[in-house]
Design a protein around this ligand. Structure first.
Ligand code: KG4
Ligand code: ZN
Length: 353
C-alpha cells in the first residue's frame, strides 16, 4: 500500500498548475484549529477557531486540545472554503503543519489533510510550523527582500532566523531555556493572571511605568537568549514584596506588567540588533505570537527607524498560530515540487532542515 501511495505522489511533479495555484492549508499544532485558502500567493481566507477550554487549567491540556481539534476541524475547513469562495475541485494542493507541536493536535490536522489530498488526488505539502511563522512576512503586499532576518517569538520558541530564500532558512540564535512567550505567560501566572497571560500583560502594561521595577537581564554569549532567570527573579521579588504587603501585586499591577514587558523586549531586541549588525542585513522581520505585543512592535519599529533598517511585521491575524502562514509557505514549496508522500507522519519535535 505504501509503495502505491508513494508512487502516486511522485507523479504530481508533472501536473503543476501555473495559472494561480490554489493551496488549501490546515494548522493544528497547538490550541488553534485553523484553515486557509491561498490563490497565487494571495490569502483568500484564514479562519481560526480558538480553544477556550484551556483557560481554567492555566495552560494548554494536550488531550483536551486534540479533542477540540476533532470537533472544530470540519466546521473550520468548511468556513475557510466558503469565505474564499473556492470549491474543492479548484484546490491544487493540500498543506498541513507537520511539526513541531503537540502530537495529538498535529495528528488531527495531518490525518485530515492526508485524507483530503487522497480524496482529491492532489499533492500533499508538509510544512514546518516555525518556518511558516518566518514566511508569514511574505503575506502582506509590502514584503522583505531576501536575504532577511526574522525574530520569531512564540509560546514554544525564540529564534533569530536568517532567510536567504523561501527554502533556505537557518537559525542563527535561539533560546537556551524558556521561550519569550513562556516568559510572558509564566510571569503573568505569578501575577495571578489567567492563561495565556501574554496579551493581558500587554494590556495592563499600557497603563504602567516600565521603569518602576528593574529586573536583571541575562548575560549570554553570541545571539542566543535565556529567559528562565527572569522568571526566578520575578518570583523572588514578588515573594519578598507580598510578605510586606499582601496587596502589592494588585496595587502595582500596571507597573509590574510594564516593567516585566520592557525587560523581555530589551532582552529580545539587544540580541536582534547584534544579529543585524553582525550580518549587515537591513530587512528585519518579527513573527510568532509574541510579535502581537504592542510594546515589542513599537520598540522594534523605533530600533529600525533609528538604524535605518526596514521593519516588517505581519498583520495581527498572521502573528499568532494561523493556517494562512502554512498556506504561503506551501505556495513556495509547490513551485519547488516539494511534496510529501502519504506515509509522512506528524512529529512533536522537528529538525530545522
Ligand atoms: O505563535 P503562538 O500563537 O503559538 C505558538 O506557536 O506557541 O504564540 C503564543 C504565545 C503565547 O505565549 C502568548 O502569551 C503570546 O504568544 N502572545 C503574546 C501576545 N499575544 C500572544 N505575548 C505578549 N503580548 C501579546 N500581545
Ligand atoms: Zn506558533
Amino acid at each position: 500500500m505504501k509503495e502505491e501511495l508513494d508512487n502516486d505522489n511522485k507523479n504530481f511533479g508533472s501536473v503543476i498548475s501555473d495559472k494561480g495555484a490554489v493551496i488549501f492549508a490546515i494548522e493544528s499544532s497547538c490550541d488553534e484549529t485553523s484553515a486557509a485558502v491561498c490563490r497565487d500567493g494571495n490569502i483568500l481566507s484564514n479562519f481560526i477557531a480558538n480553544q477556550k477550554v484551556h483557560e481554567r487549567y492555566g495552560g494548554v491540556v494536550p488531550e483536551l486540545a486534540s479533542r477540540a481539534h476533532m470537533q472544530n476541524i470540519i466546521p473550520v475547513v468548511d468556513a475557510a472554503l466558503k469565505q474564499a469562495n473556492v470549491q474543492m475541485d479548484e484546490i491544487d494542493a493540500v498543506a498541513f503543519t507537520q511539526a513541531p507541536g503537540l502530537i495529538g493536535s498535529l495528528l488531527v490536522g495531518s490525518q485530515f489533510a492526508k485524507s483530503m489530498a487522497l480524496a482529491l488526488n492532489k499533492p500533499l505539502i508538509a510544512v514546518h510550523h516555525m518556518q511558516a511563522h518566518v514566511l508569514s512576512n511574505l503575506i502582506p503586499d509590502r514584503k522583505p527582500s531576501f536575504p532577511f532576518l526574522c525574530l520569531t517569538v512564540s509560546g514554544g520558541h525564540t529564534q533569530i532566523v536568517l532567510a536567504k530564500s523561501a527554502s533556505d532558512l537557518s537559525v542563527i540564535g535561539e533560546t537556551l531555556d524558556d521561550a519569550a512567550g513562556e516568559a510572558f505567560d509564566k510571569s503573568a501566572k505569578l501575577l495571578g493572571l489567567p492563561y495565556p497571560g501574554g496579551p493581558l500583560i500587554d494590556k495592563y502594561a499600557k497603563e504602567g511605568n516600565p521603569k518602576r521595577f528593574a529586573f536583571a537581564e541575562p548575560h549570554i554569549d553570541g545571539l542566543d537568549f535565556s529567559f528562565s532567570g527572569l522568571k526566578t527573579s520575578i518570583l523572588y521579588f514578588l515573594q519578598k514584596e507580598t510578605k510586606k504587603d499582601p496587596g502589592f501585586v494588585e496595587k502595582n499591577l500596571a507597573d509590574l506588567c510594564a516593567s516585566i514587558q520592557s525587560t523581555i523586549i530589551s532582552i529580545l531586541l539587544k540580541k536582534y540588533k547584534r544579529a543585524a549588525l553582525q550580518t549587515g542585513i537591513k530587512d528585519l522581520c518579527i513573527a510568532g505570537g509574541v510579535s502581537a505585543n504592542s510594546g515589542l512592535r513599537n520598540a522594534f519599529n523605533e530600533m529600525c527607524v533609528h538604524n535605518e533598517w526596514n521593519a516588517f511585521i505581519p498583520p495581527f491575524e498572521y502573528c499568532t498560530d494561523n493556517a494562512g502562514m502554512i498556506a504561503i509557505t506551501a505556495y513556495y514549496k509547490y513551485f519547488e515540487r516539494d511534496f510529501a508522500d502519504l506515509s509522512v507522519s506528524a512529529s512533536a519535535r522537528a529538525t530545522w532542515d
